[in-house]
Design a protein around this ligand. Sequence first.
Ligand SMILES: O=C(O)CCC(=O)C(=O)O
Ligand SMILES: [Fe+2]
Length: 719
Amino acid sequence: TNYTLNNVIPSKEWSDLGEAKKESKFLNRTLNEVYEDAVEAYLEENWDRCIEDFNAVSHGYKVYKRVIVNCRQKCRANAAGATPIFPENIEDLHFYEKKVRETLCLLMCNQEYREIAGPKALKVLPREIEQNLLNRKVYEYLHICYHQRERYQDAANALFTFLIAHPDHKASVETLKAYLTLPGVQAENVVNLETPAYISIYFKGVSAYENEDFAEATGLFETSLKTYLAAEEECRSYCEGPFDQGWYPEFTSSIANHFAYCLKCKRICSRTLNSINGDYRGDILRSHYNYLQFSYYKLGNLKAACAAVESYLLFDPMDETMLQNKEYYSGQPKVNGDYFTPRQEALDYVKRQEYEMSLLNYISNEFSNIEVKLKEMKKNRKAKNNKDKPAEKLHIKTALHPPPGHSLFSHIKLASNLSMMRDEYQWIHDTEQPRVKGDEYLIANEAELGGKNRYVADGFLNSTECESLMKFASLTAVEGDGYNENKSPHSKYERFEGITVGRTALMVYFGQIEPEWLELLLKKTEQVRGHVERYFGLDRHLYFTYTHLVCRTALPDSPANRDDLSHQVHADNCLLKDEDTCLHEDPAYIWRHYSAILYLNNDFQGGQFFFAKDRTARELDNIVSPRCGRMVAFSAGRENLHGVRGVLRGRRCALALWFTQDERYLEYERELAWAILERVRRIGPLRGENIQVPMMYEDVLIEYAHSDKLLKHFLKSSP
Ligand SMILES: O=C(O)CCC(=O)C(=O)O
Ligand SMILES: [Fe+2]
């Protein structure tokens, strides 16, 4: 059969390429760069360039996909036709040989394309951008830009196209309604700009059929069928893209993972193709055979009619009408039994579909079973050994990870169950829920704590948030970070690890961690800041000056009866010299006016925070036991001497927050972090380079803040 293979690049695409090259709209920029420029144009309110660039993105993406798909299909066909080096297929070597041949071919094919389109063409799209393209985010921008230029019909089309992928987007539905009332907009002219190509042929076929022009109808339905199948093949080939395994798998796992990932993506292809203006119509493919059987019958081609009936029955073997048709045709004198042979393409299609669905089911079931077992083993191991490493878990997750960019189909459940992924990402959604304001409650005031300008309150974090932040700390914290690389700055019996906002932001920027962590960190600490500002009734704004997530872990061989402190008695903004003097001079952080510590856990021994009367800590005002969501806040001077008792066992994590009323000392890293978050949300992290965040990362951060135009933009516009 040749319906699966389409091994020449359609001349239309090549000519598009030629045109595009002439206009050089995007070929001297990578698609990624065009996207970034388009977003920039949008932000700069340059509507014409926004329209031009987003259209270039949309067109460029189609060409990009088409070329990739054509290379893959061509190379597969070549490899399939090649005579194996060795005739006997030992240990599946024929399979691997084919893959090697295909790889060689792909290298050439992609290079040939670059010769035509320029060296920047075919540069792999960053996942986030690809996701935005698949999610039709382009149209979300486009409709606004069209609207600004008063091109209302175009705006309505773009928005409609966006809405098809986001049917629940209420605000857009309202906007579209409003667009329909604008001058020159006609509801019946609103079109989905991403309609699959076969659909118009199919509907022409339907009208020909209804007009009883059966010759015309058979031609159209045959073409539509071919177009449909070719489109599905293209979509499937495109699924065989790169895949970030996120870990270093063994050979076999790596293949199985990537395969499962592609398979899942491929199963979604028919869904996309069967969606007409947002309505899913799963019967379109088979309906071709229904129209065809009757049309062929009318044309007197009984053999073709019977083959179409049999093909239809492959999709739905119990369909009564079709079974009746079969009976009717069987009774015809000229029909013989072997007329009822399904068409090859239908047979191939259905067989493959069945196999793939069963395989996916198998994968899903087996991986959930194994997940349960692994969890149990892990629990047992955890009981023995308190350290947890998420490594094994990851690869199971990866196998069932949804393909990037297919979130628009999230409402469609595949036969497989996706519950494990949901567990894993639950926390992200939890934190999106706006918390009821003011549900923190005071548990100790000045009087109860025996001193001025101090208080303790609970409820800043719920247990999910604490777990998230703990997990975040264990994934990212660096020994000595924030302490000038001193790993045990306070106690030789403990290991100190820290992470700062700047490092977190850089990791998000480089795509090493999910932006949700950073968002959680920024939002929760901001909530604390606001609380402190209000509680102390400050009339000047309280700025962050430094944020530090610190974990103190008892070393295994530390003596049980140690009596040193985890953190010496000190004041936060001056140097405690003797009983009465606290020097406001370097290296003290004299600009720190207030401090707050937000605790994340209590599953450790020791580690109480205390307010002391003097530096000997013989006499304490009071102690505060850390626990998830509890915060202690105080003014940062001599009036609030404090320290931390030794952590005897386990790991104690807390977010230390320092505030200033002097704007000059505000935490610049935090401003940058918000900008990075916005940037990553819009166009994804910086990709391509594999940059490690260095120990002294500050210069790197500043460098990017200067060189990344979009970051600069968001930095300017941040509140
Ligand atoms: O972690 C704590 O409870 C307090 C830490 C502290 O006082 C500091 O880092 O300055
Ligand atoms: Fe302190």
